[in-house]
Every structure is written in C-alpha cells, then in structure tokens.
Design a protein around this ligand. Structure first.
Ligand SMILES: NC(=O)c1ccc[n+]([C@@H]2O[C@H](COP(=O)([O-])OP(=O)(O)OC[C@H]3O[C@@H](n4cnc5c(N)ncnc54)[C@H](O)[C@@H]3O)[C@@H](O)[C@H]2O)c1
Ligand SMILES: [Zn+2]
Ligand SMILES: [Zn+2]
Length: 368
C-alpha cells in the first residue's frame, strides 16, 4: 500500500514528508493505522546525526498509538480493531529475560531492531523498490506501520490516542522508574532531577507509590510548576546548590529515593549524592552522551547508597503498559498538561523546533 511518512533522508536535514510503500505484514507481524505519535528527543538525536548508530534513509517516530488494521499469519494476541501502543522495548514472553521478573530487556529481536530491520532481517518500507529502514522497530511518523506482534501493547479503547501515545516512551519510563525499578515505599522521601516527560512521570510514579515528600529539581520554573501538578511537594532550582538543599530538607541525610532524568552526568552524580546514607537508592533514567562516564566517590556506596539504571522504567510493555493506561483512565494520572502542541504529519519538523526551544513537554502528531 501507499502511505505518507516522514523520511530522514540525510542527517542534519529536515525530515521529508512524502509517499512511500508499505508491504503487507508477514508472519508474526501486524499492520497498525496510526492515530497519534509523540515527537521525542531520540527522534531528533538520530535526525541530527549525533547518534553514531543511526542510519538513513529511515522513517522516524517511536511513540505511536493506533488501531490494528490487519494481522499476518501466526498472530494470536491481537485482532482487527484492537487499540495498541507501540513498544520500542518489546516483550516476547519467552526469552530468559522475559521469563525473569528482574528485567524488561527482551532479547528476542534486539539486533535486527538496532539495524533497522524487522525480525526476519528485511524491511516493509520502501520507495521505488529501494528499502527504507524501520526506526527503533516502530517508524511511527507515518500513517501506518508494520510491527512485530511482540512490540505492540493492547490498551483500552477508551484511552484517547493523543494520551495513549505518551505511554510509548518517556511517561512509562518515568512511572516505571518509580514503580518498578525503585519500587518506592509508602511514606518515602523522593528527589527527582529533571522535569521533562521522564522526570514528570517519575514524580507521578512516586506519588502513586504513596511517597510522602517529592522534591523536584529543574532549571525551568514552568516545568517545576508542572511537577507540582503531578504531586511534587517541594521545588528546587537546578544547579550547584541542589544537593545541599535536599540534604538540608532531610536532616542532613538525603532522600530515600532519587531519580535522574536529564541525561547529564553531572546531574547523575548529584542524584547519587542526594541519596540517603544507609539505604538511599539512585535510579538513573537519563541517557548520557557517548563516552561519558559517571564520577562517584566510592565511599558513598560503602555507606549504603545504591545506584540502579532503568530502561523504559523496567516496564514489560505488553503486560504493564495496558495496566498503566488503566490507571490513567481511572483518574490516577493527569496527562492533559503533557500534550503541549498538536501537529499534522506535515508539521513534524516544527515538532523538532518546539522541542529544541523547550516549548512544552510533548508535541503530538495527529493523523486524520
Ligand atoms: N531510560 C529510558 O528508557 C529513557 C527513555 C526515554 C528518555 N530517556 C532519557 O531521559 C532523559 C530525559 O528525557 P526527557 O524527555 O524528559 O527530556 P527533557 O529534555 O524534556 O527533560 C530534561 C529536563 O532536565 C532539566 N535539566 C537540565 N539540566 C538540569 C540540571 N542541571 N538540574 C536539574 N534539571 C536539569 C531540563 O530543564 C529539562 O526539563 C533524556 O536523557 C532521555 O534521553 C531515557
Ligand atoms: Zn521517545
Ligand atoms: Zn523476550
């Protein structure tokens, strides 16, 4: 079939919205008609050429929500009309990682996905007979996508698409960092560094876990106000003095749980330093630049602090994204403040501009 899609032709150039070919789903694959897709830093990072593992041409986008339009052979868990959220982090339910509750890093299709191919090593996207690669296994800056069944979460049809798509990346990452990775205890004191989509999700996750005090640290006063709306009880301006302020607020001890959601290694260090001696757990969700390292005084660890990394919030996507969406539908999370701009597919480059200007939390592309 023919469809419109935003193609990254060359790094550093605007995406080119154009007509491309999408082939039918093969065994284990599903055709999804997209209704909404968030614009994320990772898309921009790849488009800019800064990601050394990036490739072009490719159709970007990985925060999609839509409806199943057709299924290939052997697809058993999804059917026509199902509402789905795309998962760059799949869940096959069979590999040793999927069978272990300690991780969500499914091993089934990692290598092929990283190369821009579907699990059988080919692509469904093309133009004039030349293949176009899939981005993060998703390629959702397009009217339709073909994805493996194991990379789609079936969610309630009651969730509006523009909100459902937020669960495809940053929101679930933040919520899961608090709920899964840190497993914040009721009554705890938490400190969240960064109030973008990930950090705000972590603030909401700490609140849902019953934290008593949630300190949020960011450079932007507007973003700190959004954090208050998600349950932050104390707001701190980021920078040099942030750790000291958190220590002062906690009788000199630090927070039971800290979260880093900026991608800045100096802030990661602050998040470790702001964790309580004895049992403080620092969860790192931000993605640092290539080659950067985290500099921590080992004494902080000997005296009981721990550091954990969290990819997609430790969320096993097919099982947990539907459950998170249900909590949103039950009124436990307010997502309206996160959708700052609604754009058409033709305006996708404007979405990048808004992100670079830190204008709002998420621009969402809506497909008519
Ligand atoms: N682990 C995962 O699976 C996963 C998934 C999605 C995103 N991420 C990563 O998480 C990070 C955050 O993503 P996002 O979409 O929320 O980004 P974002 O850019 O929207 O938010 C980052 C926030 O950090 C704030 N900040 C910058 N410097 C600061 C400082 N010194 N002190 C306090 N706050 C500071 C910024 O003001 C901004 O509000 C990025 O590194 C992103 O790549 C990780
Ligand atoms: Zn993303
Ligand atoms: Zn698996």
């Amino acid at each position: 079939m023919k469809m419109r899609a935003a193609v990254l032709e060359r790094f550093g150039e605007p995406l080119a919205v154009q007509e491309v070919e999408l082939a039918e789903p093969r065994a284990g694959e599903v055709l999804v008609r997209l209704h909404a897709c968030g614009v994320c830093h990772t898309d921009l990072y790849t488009a800019s050429g800064a990601d050394p593992s990036g490739y072009a041409p490719t159709v970007l986008g990985h925060e999609g929500a839509g409806v199943v339009e057709a299924v290939g052979p052997d697809v058993t868990s999804l059917g026509l009309g199902d509402h789905v959220v795309t998962l760059f982090s799949p869940q096959c339910r069979e590999c040793i990682h999927c069978l272990d509750p300690r991780t969500n890093l499914c091993l089934a299709i990692r290598e092929r996905q990283n190369e821009g191919f579907l699990p059988d090593g080919t692509t469904r996207l093309s133009r004039g007979g030349e293949g176009i690669r899939h981005f993060m296994g998703c390629s959702t800056f397009a009217e339709y996508t073909v994805m493996p069944e194991i990379a789609l979460a079936k969610v309630s049809p009651e969730a509006p698409f523009e909100h459902a798509c937020l669960f495809a990346c940053g929101l679930s990452t933040g919520l899961g960092a608090a709920i899964n990775t840190a497993a914040v205890r009721p009554g705890a004191t938490c400190a969240v560094f960064g109030a973008g989509m990930v950090g705000l999700g972590a603030v909401a996750g700490c609140r849902l876990q019953g934290a008593e005090r949630i300190v949020c640290v960011d450079l932007s006063p507007q973003r700190l106000e959004l954090a208050r709306g998600q349950g932050a009880t104390d707001l701190i301006e980021g920078g040099e003095g942030a750790v000291e302020q958190i220590l002062e607020m906690t009788d000199g001890f630090g927070a039971d749980y800290t979260f880093e959601a900026t991608g800045n290694v100096a802030v990661m260090r602050q998040a470790v330093e702001a964790a309580r001696m004895g049992w403080g757990l620092c969860t790192v969700a931000g993605v640092a630049g290539r080659g950067e390292t985290l500099d921590v005084v080992p004494r902080l660890l000997i005296t009981g602090r721990r550091i954990a990394g969290s990819s997609f919030g430790g969320v096993k996507g097919r099982d947990q994204v539907p459950a998170l969406v249900d909590r949103y539908l039950a009124g436990e999370i307010d997502l309206e403040p996160f959708v700052s701009h609604r754009l058409g597919l033709d305006e996708v480059n404007r979405g990048f501009e808004l992100m670079e200007a830190q204008d709002g939390i998420r621009s969402v592309i809506e497909f008519s």
